[in-house]
Design a binder for this molecule. Structure first.
Ligand SMILES: [Zn+2]
Length: 455
C-alpha cells in the first residue's frame, strides 16, 4: 500500500517537473496530451469555425507539430491541403448605419463609423433600408445568439458586443463566410459596446435603423486540411490514413456568458491523438506501409474537408489499407474508462483487428447504441463512400456538453485519453506493419453501395 502511494507521489512529481523524462519512456504521455488539447481548445482559437482566424492559426500550429515530430510533407513545401467552398465576402468598411432610439418623447440618434463602431456579420437580400422596430440586444442576452442562428424575418438584428468578443473580430473589415445568400433574409449588424445612443431603459426602447451595405460578393472561401506522412520502408505505396477533424462550430448561444464552443472533446481530443500518434510513430521503428496523418477542417459543415481530400487524394484511394478516424475520446461514459467503440463495427473486420491490437494496451472494445448511425456522421464517411475501409473510433459519450461552450478541457479525462492513444498506436502499427488488410463483409459492401447511390 505504502509503496503504491509513494510511487504515485513520485509519478506526480515527475509529471510536473520533467515531462522530458517521461518522453524518454513513452512519447505518448499525459503532460503532452494536456499541452496539445489545451492549445487547440483554448478560447483564443474561438471555437475553430470554418473559416476563422482561430482555425487558420490551428492549421499553422498543427503543421508545426508535424514538422517537429519529423513527418514528411505530402504536398510541395506545405503541410496544408488547400481547397475551397462556396461562400460570400462581406465588407464592414463599406456600410452606412444610423440608429435612432425612441424612448418616451426622447429620440437620440447616432451615425456610426463603419468597421470602427458597427460591423456587418450577416448579409441581407436588400442593400439598404429603413427599419422601424429593429431588434437590438446585448450579446449576453439569451435572445441574441438565437436570433443569429435563425435569421428569418425582415427587420435587421443589431447585437451589441465588446471589442474582444470573437464575433466582433470575425466581422472585421472584409471577411468571408461559407454558404451565402440562403441565410440572408435580414442583415445582422454588430455594434461596439458604448456607441448606442443612451437612454434609461434598454428593454423599453424601440429603435429605427437607416442602413446600407454593398451586395455580398460570391466567393470561394479558402480552407485547409493539415497533412503529413511517414514513408513506409517496404510497402511505401500502401497507406494507413489516420484522421480527426480539427474544426469545430465557433460561436453558439451563450451559457453563463460563454459563447465559445471550444470543442475540447469534439474533436480537439481526436486531433490530439493524431498529433501524438505522429510523434510516437515517427520515433519508433520504421513501418512497412506508409502512414498519412490528416487533420480535417469543415467536418462540422458537412464533412467537407474530408470530402475535398478523398475526391482529390494525394495517393490512389485503392492503396489505402484503412482509414482510422478518431472522434471524441476524452469523456468516457460511466464504467467505460479505457474502453473504446467503433462506428459501423459490424460492417467489416476492422473492429476485430482493432480489438486485438488495442487489447494489448489494455483497452477493450464495447458496444455503443448509436454506433451504426454514427458511421455516417464523421469524416470516415468520405472514405467509405469511395469504397475504402473507414471507421471512426471513439472512446466517449454524446455528453450534454456536446456542441456547447462547456465542452472544455477541464471536463476531459486525460489519463483515459492517454491510454486510448497508446492503444491506437498498437492498432495503427499493426495496420502499417502486418500483412493483413481489413475488408468489408457483405453487409458492409451493401452499405457502401447504398452510400454511393446516394452520392
Ligand atoms: Zn466531431
Amino acid at each position: 500500500m505504502i509503496l503504491v502511494s509513494r510511487l504515485r507521489v513520485f509519478c506526480g512529481v515527475a509529471l510536473l517537473t520533467s515531462a522530458a523524462a517521461q518522453t524518454a519512456a513513452d512519447p505518448i504521455h499525459e503532460a503532452r496530451v494536456r499541452e496539445v488539447v489545451t492549445w487547440l481548445a483554448a478560447d483564443e482559437r474561438g471555437g475553430r469555425d470554418s473559416p476563422s482566424a482561430g482555425q487558420a492559426a490551428a492549421a499553422q500550429w498543427l503543421g508545426e507539430q508535424f514538422q517537429a515530430a519529423g513527418l514528411q510533407q505530402v504536398y510541395d513545401n506545405s503541410w496544408l491541403h488547400g481547397y475551397t467552398l462556396p461562400g460570400v465576402r462581406l465588407d464592414s468598411t463599406a456600410i452606412q448605419f444610423k440608429i435612432t432610439r425612441h424612448e418616451g418623447d426622447q429620440t437620440p440618434s447616432a451615425t456610426l463609423t463603419p468597421d470602427q463602431d458597427v460591423r456587418l456579420l450577416r448579409p441581407a437580400d436588400a442593400t439598404e433600408g429603413q427599419a422601424e422596430g429593429a431588434t437590438v440586444v446585448p450579446v449576453g442576452d439569451p435572445r441574441a445568439l438565437d436570433l443569429l442562428m435563425s435569421p428569418g424575418g425582415r427587420r435587421p438584428i443589431v447585437v451589441e458586443v465588446a471589442t474582444d468578443h470573437p464575433l466582433w473580430q470575425k466581422a472585421a473589415g472584409v471577411h468571408e463566410q461559407l454558404g451565402g445568400r440562403r441565410a440572408a433574409a435580414r442583415p445582422v449588424f454588430l455594434v461596439r459596446e458604448g456607441v448606442l445612443p443612451a437612454g434609461k431603459e434598454f428593454e423599453r426602447a424601440s429603435w429605427t435603423i437607416d442602413w446600407s451595405a454593398p451586395k455580398p460578393a460570391a466567393t470561394e472561401v479558402a480552407l485547409q486540411n493539415v497533412v503529413g506522412m511517414l514513408r513506409g520502408a517496404s510497402r511505401p505505396d500502401e497507406w494507413v490514413v489516420v484522421t480527426a477533424h480539427y474544426d469545430h462550430i465557433g460561436m453558439v448561444a451563450p451559457v453563463k456568458g460563454d459563447a465559445i464552443a471550444n470543442g475540447a472533446d469534439d474533436d480537439a481530443s481526436g486531433t490530439t491523438a493524431v498529433v501524438l500518434l505522429a510523434e510516437a510513430l515517427a520515433k519508433g521503428p520504421k513501418l512497412a506501409r506508409s502512414v498519412a496523418f490528416v487533420c480535417f477542417s469543415a467536418e462540422e459543415k458537412g464533412l467537407r474537408g474530408s470530402r475535398a481530400f478523398a475526391q482529390n487524394p494525394p495517393f490512389p484511394l485503392d492503396r489505402i489499407v484503412a482509414n482510422v478516424n478518431i472522434e471524441m475520446i476524452g469523456r468516457p461514459e460511466e464504467g467505460k474508462r479505457h474502453k473504446a467503440w467503433i462506428t459501423g463495427a459490424e460492417l467489416s473486420d476492422f473492429a476485430t483487428m482493432a480489438g486485438t491490437a488495442m487489447g494489448r494496451a489494455g483497452v477493450g472494445l464495447v458496444e455503443f447504441k448509436m454506433a451504426r448511425q454514427l458511421f455516417g456522421a464523421s469524416d470516415n464517411l468520405s472514405f467509405a463512400r469511395e469504397g475504402v475501409v473507414a471507421h471512426s473510433i471513439s472512446a466517449g459519450s454524446l455528453h450534454s456538453d456536446y456542441h456547447q461552450p462547456s465542452d472544455e478541457v477541464d471536463k476531459l479525462d486525460l489519463e483515459h485519453m492517454t491510454t486510448i492513444i497508446r492503444a491506437l498506436r498498437e492498432f495503427v502499427r499493426e495496420l502499417a506493419d502486418g500483412e493483413a488488410r481489413p475488408a468489408y463483409n457483405d453487409a458492409g459492401k451493401e452499405a457502401i453501395e447504398k452510400l454511393k447511390r446516394r452520392g
